[in-house]
Ligand binder design. Sequence first.
Ligand code: UD1
Ligand code: CA
Length: 461
Amino acid sequence: MVVVAILAAGRGTRMKSNLPKVLHSLGGRSLIERVIDSVKPLSPTRQMVIVGYQAVEVKAAMQSVPDLEFVEQSVQLGTGHAIQQLLPHLQGYTGDLLVLYGDVPLLRTETLKNLLQTHTQHQNAATILTAHLDNPKGYGRVFCNSENIVQQIIEDRDCTPDQKENNRINAGIYCFRWQDLAKVLPHLQANNSQKEYYLTDAVSALKPVMAVDLEDYQEILGINDRLQLATAYEILQKRVKEKWMTAGVTLINPDSITIDDTVELQPDVIIEPQTHLRGNTVIQTGSRIGPGSLIENSQIGENVTVLYSVVTDSIVQPGTRIGPYAHLRGHAEVGAFCRVGNFVELKNTKLGDCTNVAHLSYLGDTTTGKKVNIGAGTITANYDGVKKHRTIIGDSTGTGSNSVLVAPLKLGSDVYVAAGSTVTEDVPDDCLVIARTRQVVKPGWVSNKRDAQSEQLKNES
Ligand code: UD1
Ligand code: CA
């Protein structure tokens, strides 16, 4: 049984931001959301976020996350003081407490599982995560015996020069047997260089405390400024890309590609340079995305190609070709074996299978049947200045170049729309519709005009 506490009351001055630090985004998820994600597989019985600085903003942003409890630490008197705020909320609780920081977003669930496992197995009063750093400056130093039993944790600023030589650092991630911790918490003293109540002093007062070394020290990177935010993003991208390449995805020039860790890719997907995959995007096997594309919250079927295009909140069925320079948005749904080509925008539009919209078109709020051919420059006029209206197009219908379809409008199946038409009324199946004035040809018109003009000039002179 484990309760999770996430410390998020600190000020985050070095971000130089109006946004609370833990709400800054790292690859589409806020720092604190990432911490919450990492504990989800542990099925904690309670998740308590300790808030203080900009508590209102943090709480508001986290409203939609289920089962979070917020505990206020109205003045920030140190990490020990922060955990003291839990005392009234956890009276009589007999399980463990996992302590995490809201600004340490790269911890892996596996690492936490490992920490909990060691904790339980050895029946420790506390188990802490440690790492050996080349540059341990700023971190608390952990002093252990040869069995990894912690003797003492001393903050960097409270260390003697000799103690500073120890490069085993406190990651600040702990698992406590709550009942033991609850006994020592009320007795913490703030007699240190920062006049703070240190959680590390509580650790030093418990027995036995065991240290578990981290394999990948990058996991404990804390975010204090924008440089660290960028570093964390790079680490995250490296992880995500390695995962997909190992799973059979080809990334061409991976450094120029970004992939959110919420994206799903299938084997034999090829991602070309300068392509960005975001949100809840799924790309199925055999598809080739890019170069130069952005796919966000979209489902891409098998064997689709997307070239220099933007696809957001949309679905593309297998075998379809998108681009170059297409824009799908607002829940566009493109059927199988379609072609959506050069400079085409689809908004909230559903294309039936084997339909082509190859050049220079805007289709908004439109539904087409199968095997429809939308001619170059066809536009649906879907907006009357107040409301949007739908255009419905039947199977095997074709529009000529530069047609305007004024919605609400229904074209039947097997309809031909003559080029340059402005269609304002419904057309039944099996028709040709010409909605423009007929061409008029006036033979001799130019020379007649010229003669008339020269006659006039002669009369004037
Ligand atoms: C702490 C540890 C140090 C460890 C380091 C790892 C202590 C005394 N020291 O130091 O041994 O090496 O983390 O990063 O614990 N916070 C609150 N309320 C407070 C104070 C802090 O919620 O009153 C939160 C902060 O928002 C932050 C976290 O706790 O997320 C850590 O606080 P910080 O003051 O940065 O601790 P460090 O000095 O880094
Ligand atoms: Ca810190």
